[in-house]
Write a new protein. Structure first.
Length: 441
């Protein structure tokens, strides 16, 4: 018999979770190297004139991009896919970002018509601090790559001044690199991932993938993240402590840091230099990056880890939901928003005995979640009560370490939650001799 479960929601409490062609590149593949003691700068502008200005390309989805440092995947003067350093924005283009993009070019180095779909941004420097038009990106004589806003205020830098930087490039693998006189990397974007992982890039122990807030909002969604720890891959909700919704543990040997990478045919986790200590994610079907184009992994704003692949005239296509089959559609933390109940992919608000204690935030977008009908504060804790939902589950039931083993019955679990103002819900599970309670802030 499966274990019985109860999810208790604090009535009228605070939310359980926060609200889950015309382009031309500046000439050459490298800017003026810092070793010449001459600064190079680019101005973010939608105008096609002026020093360092780039012509722009508008996408069908309202995105605009300006590029430099184009690097063809197949070598110089080759048409097809290329990586580039880019400035990008969404109409009406009041906010601009600097990053690395994937583009399609013809044999003359101009963007070609397949770009009419959606801009592919695989790394961003300033997701959480957009700049305005006429902001400046400078490659300084001291070897620092520096982004300043319109009026000169500091926004972002590689912090590489006086570290013998000799030049900058975007590699064929999509890595923005500042290198020294021996062509060794001093700084590289691969060591500072945002939401994407490219083939050959390593998500090393301690690094995170953090999604954008949405498909149209380029700021980061700091609520969700995927990280690598010494014993494997973890997907979590940011809280105190973090709440787990997926884990893939692997045997560990040696002192080498564990890392995840996208190979030509799998998503692999390496725990040592030995090929015996490699574990692949069970993706449900074979990944084949080399057959027919380029691919990359992106952590989406809903917590899904998806593989995208370029398919010629069809452009970029999502070909695999990597955790599908391991994480149920209803097991993603923000699938139904705050206080939402998910059943077979459908979202509703909690209802017990025909009583309505919560209302939908938006009747037309029920996945945004629910709000308490009667707001309360910690000043009225004596008036709080818990609403019991039978046979319900919670996304981080997979994390046994989150449970409080001393809670041996449902009433003890309820009492502990009611006495803690930061507790907004409690998940209690019992079956046989095993009883666990998990408070939710």
């Amino acid at each position: 018999m499966p274990p019985s479960t109860f999810l208790c929601l604090l009535l009228a409490a605070a939310p359980l979770l926060a609200p889950a062609g015309r382009v031309h590149a500046q000439g050459g593949f490298f800017p003026t190297p810092a070793s010449t003691k001459v600064s190079t700068s680019w101005t973010i502008s939608l105008k096609a004139d002026g020093h360092g200005a780039q012509q722009h390309f508008g996408y069908m989805d309202g995105m605009s991009v300006s590029v430099f440092l184009l690097q063809s995947v197949h070598g110089p003067t080759q048409e097809g896919l290329c990586f580039a350093a880019c400035f990008y924005c969404t109409d009406p283009c009041t906010d601009f970002y600097f990053g690395v993009c994937i583009l399609q070019v013809d044999s003359s180095g101009f963007l070609s018509w397949p770009n009419a779909g959606t801009l592919q941004v695989v790394w961003s420097a300033n997701r959480d601090r957009a700049v305005r038009e006429n902001a400046t990106l400078s490659f300084t004589a001291s070897g620092d790559l520096l982004l300043r806003d319109t009026h000169g205020s500091f926004v972002w830098s590689t912090n590489t001044s006086n570290q013998s930087v000799a030049g900058m490039t975007v590699t064929k693998s999509g890595n923005l690199v500042l290198f020294d006189g021996k062509n060794l990397p001093v700084w590289q974007s691969f060591s500072h991932p945002t939401d994407c992982l490219l083939p050959g890039q390593q998500l090393v122990e301690g690094m995170r993938l953090t999604p954008n807030a949405s498909a149209t909002n380029w700021t980061s969604n700091s609520q969700l993240y995927v990280t690598v720890r010494a014993d494997g891959l973890y997907a979590l909700v940011e809280s105190s402590p973090p709440q787990l919704y997926y884990q893939k543990t692997v045997p560990k040997s040696g002192n080498r840091k564990t890392y995840m990478t996208l190979t030509n045919d799998s998503v692999a986790i390496f725990t040592s230099s030995s090929s015996d200590n490699v574990s692949t994610l069970e993706t449900g079907s074979t990944i084949n990056i080399t057959a027919g184009g380029m691919g990359y992994i992106r952590l989406e704003s809903d917590g899904h880890l998806k593989l995208y692949k370029h398919k010629g005239i069809d452009g970029w296509v999502m070909v695999q939901d990597i955790l599908k089959g391991q994480v149920d559609d209803c097991a993603y933390p923000t699938v139904c928003g705050e206080y939402g109940i998910c059943n077979n992919g459908q979202c509703t608000c909690p209802i017990v005995n025909s009583s309505t204690y919560f209302k939908q935030i938006d009747d037309r977008r029920i996945n945004l979640g629910c709000a308490p009908v009667t707001p309360i504060s910690c000043a009225s804790m004596q008036d709080h009560q818990l609403l019991a939902l039978s046979n319900a589950s919670y996304f981080n039931y997979v994390d046994s370490r989150a449970a409080l083993p001393q809670m041996i019955d449902e009433e003890s679990c309820k009492k502990a939650c009611l006495q803690n103002c930061s507790c907004k819900a409690a998940f209690f599970q019992y079956g046989g001799a095993d009883h666990t309670a998990t408070p939710k802030s």
